[in-house]
Design a protein around this ligand. Structure first.
Ligand code: ADP
Ligand code: MN
Length: 177
């Protein structure tokens, strides 16, 4: 997917992080405030039938990453997307103007998983995913440091603060010329 950020009139933002860190809550709030398009990649893949079977660890369908990228190409070129997903390595680097990694204290996250009624296996693998900062490593491997921002998401106040931070960044963003 060839992309050129200068073609976009509004920025594309990826919101990633371990399941349960608040990606969807944050992305939905931000999209509403800034009138941007919220793309929940898992939901999109399900709706468009771009899946390859069930992933027990992340409690979601394996998405067909190539097909998802192709299907999102035009929207990404247009800009103004808040992309919400727990993986990031299959999107071309130039898709995003900002990559946000949400981080939650592992004990806080553990409580959220328990409330969701996760199985022991899923609880352990998702908590480990946060402890070992799997998503942060994946982001660092795939995107330049200067577009990556790490935000804490332990409390509802954090969400409000993060939406404010991102709102202000989006308002000040202008296309590269
Ligand atoms: P994700 O999309 O990353 O899996 P969600 O946004 O679906 O996470 O949030 C999972 C659950 O945790 C929801 O019940 C949500 O209300 C709660 N939650 C997420 N982030 C926070 C936070 N920062 N403070 C309190 N509760 C949160
Ligand atoms: Mn989600």
């Amino acid at each position: 997917m060839a992309q050129n950020s200068s073609c976009r009139k509004r920025p594309n933002i990826l919101i990633t992080g371990t399941p349960g860190t608040g990606k969807t809550t944050t992305a939905a709030a931000l999209a509403e405030v800034m009138e941007l398009r919220h793309i929940n990649v898992g939901d999109f893949a399900n709706e468009e039938n771009l899946t390859n079977g069930w992933d027990d660890t992340f409690d979601s369908y394996y998405i067909n990453e190539d097909l998802v990228c192709d299907a999102l190409e035009n929207l990404m070129e247009e800009g103004g997307n808040i992309v919400d997903h727990h993986a990031c390595d299959f999107f071309p680097e130039c898709c995003f103007d900002r990559v946000v990694v949400l981080q939650t204290d592992s004990s806080v996250l553990y409580d959220r998983f328990t409330k969701r009624g996760y199985s022991d296996h899923k609880l352990a693998s998702n908590t480990e995913c946060q402890i070992f900062q799997v998503l942060l490593e994946e982001v660092k491997e795939n995107y330049p440091d200067d577009i990556v921002i790490i935000l804490r998401s332990d409390s509802l106040e954090d969400i409000a603060k993060n939406v404010e931070t991102l709102t202000s960044w989006i308002s000040n963003w202008s296309p590269v010329v």
